[in-house]
Design a protein around this ligand. Structure first.
Ligand code: 4GX
Length: 248
């Protein structure tokens, strides 16, 4: 996957490759991240990239000439790449959107600063607007880095087999179960017995039940959207019968 980020802050975006899964993905060659700055296409001696909005109002806008030149250069570098603009007006990023983006061969992520960009650039050069959430960032860079981080772990060969299997299982629509490591008692709190039992079927059942309960509690919307399959029904029924029989 080739990602070209159009940004006035290339060093900020490059930092996404300094650590974690994106770094692994870049070192393995599964991910390539380049940056292009509109500043490099500025013509006057101030290297101007922004100007005041027609109609007045606070803040500045990125001017079309330098931004369009940078996007066009990015398109030349990666022919056929989809051009995404990071923006609060965009479609909200979710798991399905990340999967779809990870299946692309190349992406161009455009990061706006200031109050935004001249709308004619959106009309002519942007394929789709993407938002990482309903809040306002100071620029699209952190959004682009979120997109890059989330797709890096979906690229083939980046995660180990075990992790990819977990990620792709039907249970991917559930939140994670709690995790514990040593010591087995910490500040008077013990690790659940089942996790130290060595009974792998029992451990798996406990984890699945925890995931159902965590999801139902923290994200009822996800829980109801997913519905209950045969397995979940059986686990919840067993738990319900068990607690009905033990809690007098
Ligand atoms: N998810 N922002 C972009 C400037 C801007 C505004 C309009 C283009 C069009 C954001 C988000 C986000 C703040 C990035 C405004 N650029 N980006 N910036 N939420 O809030 O992605």
């Amino acid at each position: 996957m080739r990602v070209t980020v159009v940004t006035l802050f290339p060093e900020l975006v490059a930092a996404v490759g300094d650590s974690g899964i994106p770094r692994v993905a870049m070192e393995s060659g599964a991910l390539q991240v380049d940056t292009i700055s509109p500043r490099d296409f500025a013509v006057n001696r101030h290297r101007t990239v922004d100007d005041r909005p027609f109609g007045g109002g606070p803040g500045m806008l990125m001017i079309p000439e330098t931004l369009a030149a940078a996007i066009s250069a990015a398109k030349k570098r990666t022919i056929g790449a989809r051009v995404l603009l990071m923006s609060p007006q965009g479609r909200r990023l979710d798991r399905a959107a990340v999967h779809a983006l990870a299946d692309e061969a190349a992406l161009i992520l455009v990061c706006g600063r200031y109050e935004g960009i001249d709308h004619r650039v959106i009309d002519t050069l942007v394929d789709e607007q993407v938002s990482i959430g309903d809040y306002v960032l100071s620029g699209g860079e952190l959004g682009a880095m979120v997109v890059i981080d989330a797709i890096a772990r979906r690229l083939p060969g980046v995660l180990g087999d075990a992790e990819s299997v977990v990620q792709d299982s039907f249970e991917a629509q559930l939140l994670d179960h709690p995790h514990y490591t040593r010591p087995d008692v910490w500040q008077g709190m013990a690790v659940p017995d089942v996790l130290r039992s060595g009974d792998h079927r029992a451990i798996e059942a406990w984890r699945e039940l925890q995931r159902l309960c965590v999801t139902a509690t923290a994200r009822p919307d996800l829980f109801y959207q997913r519905g209950l399959d045969e397995r979940a029904r059986a686990l919840l029924t067993a738990e319900w019968l068990h607690s009905a029989a033990t809690n007098v």
